[in-house]
Structures are given as C-alpha cells and as structure tokens.
Design a protein around this ligand. Structure first.
Ligand code: ATP
Ligand code: MG
Length: 244
C-alpha cells in the first residue's frame, strides 16, 4: 500500500508546491495522478519515494515510514522517475546489474528477470550498448526494466508511458494490470487521460498543489453527466496555464 499523509512542500525559494496532500492506495488498486503542468505531481512522488524531504507530513509505503524507516520503505517499491537520462555512460546491462546489486537480487533471479523483461520490451539486442546511444524511448524502457527487476510490491511511476512506442506502452499497461491484480498497489502520474481511463480504479486530480477531485471513473462521470474524462479534467483544472 501507498499512503500520503499531509504532504506539504515549500521549496527553498519559498514556493509552496504542495499543500496537505493525503491519500491511501490499497493493495490491488491502480490509481492515476493527473493535473496540469506544475500542479505538484512530481513533487508528491518525490516525497513519497524519499527523494525530497517534505516540509511537513510523511508517507507510509507497505507499512514503513519513508522518513523513519527509509531503507525498508525504499526496498518495498519500484520507482520510475520522470527523466530517464541517468548514468548514460553505462551499458543497459551494466545499469541493470548496478540496480540489481543495490537491491541484493540474486544472480540466478536477475538473469531470468532481465531476460524476460528485456524480451517483453524488445530490448534484448541493445543491452550491451551504452545508454548514451539509446533513443529517449529506449532509455525509458530500460528504466521500466530496472524498476521491476527486484519485484517489489508497490509501484510508483512518474509519467511512465512518456516516449514509449505503442507496443511497449501496451506491455507496461498490461504489467501494471497484472501487478495490481496480484494484490499490489500502483500509483502513476500521467497527462494522457485515455490511459488513466483504461487503467485506473481511481483518479486523483491535483491542481495548485492540492487534490481537487478524487474518485472512480464512474463517480467522476456520475457527477459530470455526459462528459468524457478529458472534459471533466479541463472543467476542473481550467485552461492550460503553466504554474510557477
Ligand atoms: N526544485 C524546485 N525549486 C522550486 N520550485 C520547484 C522545484 N521543483 C518544482 N518546483 C515548482 O513546484 C511546482 C510543482 O512542480 P512539479 O514538478 O511537482 O509539477 P508536476 O505536476 O509534476 O508538473 P508536470 O506535469 O509538468 O510534470 C511548480 O510550480 C514548479 O515550478
Ligand atoms: Mg512532473
């Protein structure tokens, strides 16, 4: 499970990016995190994953408090960051082994897992190529594989579909469904509302650092008769205006 408890972030420059964000994602649920650019999605995800220390509030992942018990909490989730351009001087395989070492994944298990995941994402032939030569989508696929290598219960994914080709996006969506159906919690941010519509049990809509609407698709549609999720989103969040 993934729980945000009153997460508030005021950045060093005094900018308040999130204000008292709370939610609970129970095992078996896929929850979509939607909101305009600058709404605070990445900031919340970075606080959930312990990358940013909240100004106040905390997060509990699978029973472990991310501030009090960070190692146990971190071992229990997979995280995909919003930018895949890291350690690009390594080959894909070197990067995957580096991550597998960190999570103490056995040689035997990682070999099997890397093989299966690389096949699923069509990355087998490029694993020995330096990531600097990868396209954006290939880097993103490798981040997906690296996040799943240690098979943790919770998945926290920041725009995981960005840059993936349709076949890879299809695979990832399928894997998210399988993971939730196996009794795990999945949170992902997205700008693609069709994806949220296809995948989510529940959607959180965030604007100006606050959750302004939350519920199942059925609930949102019942409250907004005859509207698509896209229309509901635009109605709730207003015109596209990047916030600073
Ligand atoms: N390091 C930082 N210092 C100061 N302000 C920041 C910092 N990082 C983000 N912000 C601000 O916090 C707000 C929320 O940013 P955040 O990246 O969380 O938004 P987001 O919802 O993920 O947007 P997007 O959809 O574009 O990814 C924005 O106003 C942004 O300018
Ligand atoms: Mg973001």
């Amino acid at each position: 499970m993934i729980e945000a408890k009153s997460l508030t972030m005021i950045y060093g420059n005094g900018h308040q990016a999130t204000d008292d964000i709370s939610f609970f994602i129970k095992p078996g649920e896929i929850v979509g995190f939607a909101g305009p650019n600058g709404a605070g999605k990445t900031t919340v995800i970075k606080m959930l994953t312990g990358i940013l220390k909240p100004t106040s509030g905390t997060a509990i992942i699978n029973g472990f408090d991310i501030t009090k018990d960070p190692i146990k909490a971190k071992k229990s989730f997979a995280y995909i960051a919003d930018n895949p351009d890291i350690l690009i001087q390594l080959t894909g395989l070197e990067y995957l082994n580096f991550i597998a070492d960190m999570y103490e994944v056995s040689e035997e298990y990682r070999k099997e897992k890397i093989h299966t995941l690389a096949e699923r994402f069509g990355m087998t032939d490029v694993l020995n190529t330096q990531m600097r030569e990868y396209s954006h989508g290939m880097r993103q696929k490798l981040m997906v594989i690296s996040a799943l290598i240690h098979n943790p219960p919770a998945w926290i994914l920041d725009e995981p579909m960005t840059g993936l080709d349709p076949a890879a996006a299809f695979e990832l969506k399928q894997m998210m469904r399988e993971h939730a159906q196996a009794g795990n919690a999945v949170l992902f941010s997205t700008h693609v509302l069709e994806v949220a519509e296809q995948l989510c049990n529940r959607i959180l809509i965030v604007k100006d650092g606050k959750i302004i609407e939350e519920g199942t698709l059925d609930y949102l549609k019942l409250n907004n008769p005859g509207m698509t999720l896209e229309e509901i989103f635009v109605k709730l969040t207003g015109k596209s205006e990047t916030r600073r």
